[in-house]
Design a protein around this ligand. Structure first.
Ligand SMILES: C[S@@+](CC[C@H](N)C(=O)[O-])C[C@H]1O[C@@H](n2cnc3c(N)ncnc32)[C@H](O)[C@@H]1O
Length: 483
C-alpha cells in the first residue's frame, strides 16, 4: 500500500476538489456545516476530537502500548465509530489496513467523507445484527469516543467485537470511561458514576476472556485470549454463557447478535495473531481457511495468486490508469482469496474484497493474508454512498448471480457506487459481456470489449468508463439554488 504521510487536511484536499468533481458538487460541499477543518484537524459539531494533538501523536502513543503495531504483527484493523476515519488514514501510512465503520447518524455523512479522502470505509453499525465480516478476522479493533453502551443488553456489542477479533487480537478503547479519574468533569457526570462504568466494563471484558494488556492516559488496550485456556475454565453458569454450536461463527448476513460468547474452534488455533505470519510475508501464505472453499488447499491458493498476477498485468495494458494515483478506491465485487487485490498491493490504492454472503466463507482467508473485505449479496444495495469507488472489478459475477437477481439491477447498483469518470472491468463469458454492453450503453457508460490475456473465445473483458453527465432537471435545480 503506497501512501505518503499526510495530515488530515492534506488528505481531504487530495480527493475533494479534483477534476473528478463537477463544480456544482463542490458548491454543495461548501454549504456543509457538520464538520469543521481547523488547522490540520477535523472537528465534529461541538468541536470535539479524540486527537487534540493530531491523530499522529495519538497513534504514536498507541504504538508504544502495542509493539505489534510497529513490526508487521498487526496488519488489519477495524475502527467502530470511525468519524471521518482519521485513525484509519493514519494507520495506512504505518502499513496497517483499517476498515472504518460508522452509520449515517447525527454525525452526518462521515463515511462518505472518509471515502472521498481515499480511506477504506463502509457504512455499518454495531447493533442487533452481526457485522458483515467473518469470525476471527481483525488483528485489532478500535473505538475512540464512540459512546457505544458496551456493557448494556447483555454485552452484545462487545460480543460482536470478540467474534470478529482474531485470537490474541487487540481491543483498544479510548474516551469515556477510560481515564475517568482525569476527565470525568468534561463528561457531564460524576467521578463515582464513571468509575462504576469502567469497573463494569473491565469485569465484563475479563469474563469474556479479554485481558487488560496496557493502559495510558486516554487509551486502554485489552487482548482477546490467544488460545483456549481461558475459555476452558468457563462453566455453564458463566456470564456471558458460551454459544452453542447452532450458528456458524462465520455466518454474518442478517444474523442476529446473540448474547453469548462465540468460542474460536480449536482447529483454528493457527489463526491466532502470534501464529499468523507478519506483514508482508503473510500476503502470500495460504492460511488454514483456504480449505473452506471446495478443493481449497495451498496449491489452489498459489495457483490463484499466480493467475491474478498475470491478469492484472494484462488489465494494466487495457487501463493504463490502473496503478496510478487516478484510481484509489477499488472494489473486487466477487473475490475468492483476494488475488486481484494482492496483485495490486504495490499500487497507491486499496481494495474492498467482497465475498458472496451465501457462498463458501472464503473472506476469512482474505483477512488471514492481511487484506480487508466484506460479505455481500449483490441482489441488494452495497453499504456505501453513491459515487464512492473509482474502479469496480468483477469476475463471472453475472454468470453466477443472474438466476437470483436481474442483471440490470446489479448494473444500476454498480452505476450508483461508481464515481463519474470511474471505471469498471467486467470479466465474463462472451454472452454476458455482450448483454452487459447493451445495458451499460443505456447507462451512458463508454465500454470496449477486449480479449483476455489467454485470448480465448469463451471469456472476454469489458472495460468501461462511467461518463459524467447531468440530468437537465438537476442542472436547473442547482442553478436555482445558487442564484
Ligand atoms: C464522537 S464520534 C467519534 C469519532 C471518532 N472515533 C473520533 O474519535 O473522532 C462517535 C462515533 O461513533 C459512531 N457510533 C455511535 N454508535 C455506533 C454504533 N453502535 N456502531 C458504530 N458506530 C457508532 C458515530 O457514528 C461516530 O462516528
Amino acid at each position: 500500500m503506497a501512501t505518503s504521510h499526510q495530515s488530515d487536511g492534506q488528505r481531504a484536499e487530495m480527493n475533494v476538489g479534483t477534476e473528478m468533481f463537477p463544480d456544482w458538487i463542490n458548491s454543495q460541499k461548501s454549504n456543509q456545516n457538520w464538520l469543521r477543518k481547523e488547522g490540520e484537524k477535523f472537528l465534529f459539531p461541538g468541536g470535539g476530537t479524540m486527537f487534540p494533538h493530531g491523530v499522529g501523536a495519538y497513534v504514536d502513543l498507541m504504538q508504544d502500548l502495542i509493539p505489534g503495531m510497529k513490526d508487521g504483527t498487526i496488519r488489519t484493523a477495524i475502527d467502530t465509530g470511525c468519524g471521518v476515519a482519521s485513525w484509519g488514514g493514519d494507520l495506512l501510512d504505518r502499513g496497517i489496513l483499517t476498515v472504518s465503520l460508522a452509520p449515517r447518524d447525527n454525525h452526518e455523512a462521515q463515511v462518505q467523507f472518509a471515502l472521498e479522502r481515499g480511506i477504506p470505509a463502509i457504512l455499518g453499525i454495531i447493533s442487533m445484527h452481526r457485522l458483515p465480516f467473518p469470525a476471527n478476522a481483525f488483528d485489532m479493533a478500535h473505538c475512540s469516543r464512540c459512546l457505544i453502551p458496551w456493557t448494556e443488553f447483555g454485552g452484545i456489542y462487545l460480543q460482536e467485537v470478540h467474534r470478529i477479533l482474531r485470537p490474541g487480537g487487540f481491543w483498544v478503547l479510548s474516551g469515556p470511561p477510560v481515564n475517568y479519574e482525569n476527565r470525568w468533569r468534561g463528561w457531564n457526570t460524576t467521578v463515582a458514576e464513571q468509575k462504576a462504568d469502567f469497573d463494569k466494563l473491565k469485569k465484563l471484558l475479563a469474563s469474556m476472556c479479554f485481558k487488560l494488556y496496557s493502559k495510558k492516559d486516554d487509551i486502554a488496550v485489552w487482548q482477546k485470549s490467544p488460545d483456549s485456556s481461558c475459555y476452558d475454565k468457563l462453566t455453564p453458569s458463566s456470564y456471558p454463557p458460551k454459544c452453542d454450536d447452532s450458528t456458524d461463527p462465520d455466518a454474518a448476513w442478517y444474523v442476529p447478535i446473540r448474547p453469548c460468547l462465540a468460542i474460536p474452534s480449536q482447529n483454528l488455533n493457527r489463526l491466532s495473531l502470534k501464529s499468523t505470519p507478519k506483514w508482508p510475508e503473510r500476503l502470500d501464505v495460504a492460511s488454514v481457511r483456504v480449505s473452506i472453499v471446495p478443493a481449497g488447499n495451498a496449491n489452489a491458493f498459489k495457483h490463484d495468486n499466480g493467475k491474478w498476477k498475470v491478469r492484472v498485468k494484462h488489465y494494466k495494458t487495457l487501463l493504463p490508469a490502473l496503478g496510478t494515483d487516478k484510481i484509489r478506491n477499488v472494489m473486487d465485487m466477487n473475490t475468492l482469496f483476494g488475488g486481484f487485490a494482492a496483485a495490486l498491493i504495490k499500487s497507491p490504492l486499496w481494495v474492498m474484497n467482497v465475498v458472496s454472503s451465501y457462498g463458501p466463507h472464503s473472506l476469512g482467508a482474505v483477512y488471514d493474508r492481511g487484506l480487508i473485505g466484506s460479505y455481500h449479496d449483490w441482489c441488494e444495495a452495497f453499504s456505501t454512498y453513491p459515487r464512492t469507488y473509482d474502479l469496480l472489478h468483477l469476475d463471472g459475477l453475472f454468470t453466477a448471480e443472474s438466476h437470483r437477481c436481474e442483471m440490470k439491477y446489479m448494473l444500476l447498483e454498480m452505476d450508483r457506487i461508481l464515481r463519474p469518470n470511474g471505471y469498471a472491468i467486467i470479466r465474463e463469458s462472451n454472452y454476458f459481456v455482450d448483454a452487459v454492453a447493451t445495458i451499460a450503453k443505456g447507462m451512458r457508460w463508454g465500454c470496449e470489449k477486449h480479449d483476455t490475456e489467454y485470448n480465448v473465445e469463451k471469456e472476454k473483458l469489458l472495460v468501461c468508463q462511467k461518463k459524467l453527465w447531468y440530468s437537465k432537471l438537476k442542472r436547473a435545480t442547482s442553478t436555482m439554488n445558487h442564484s
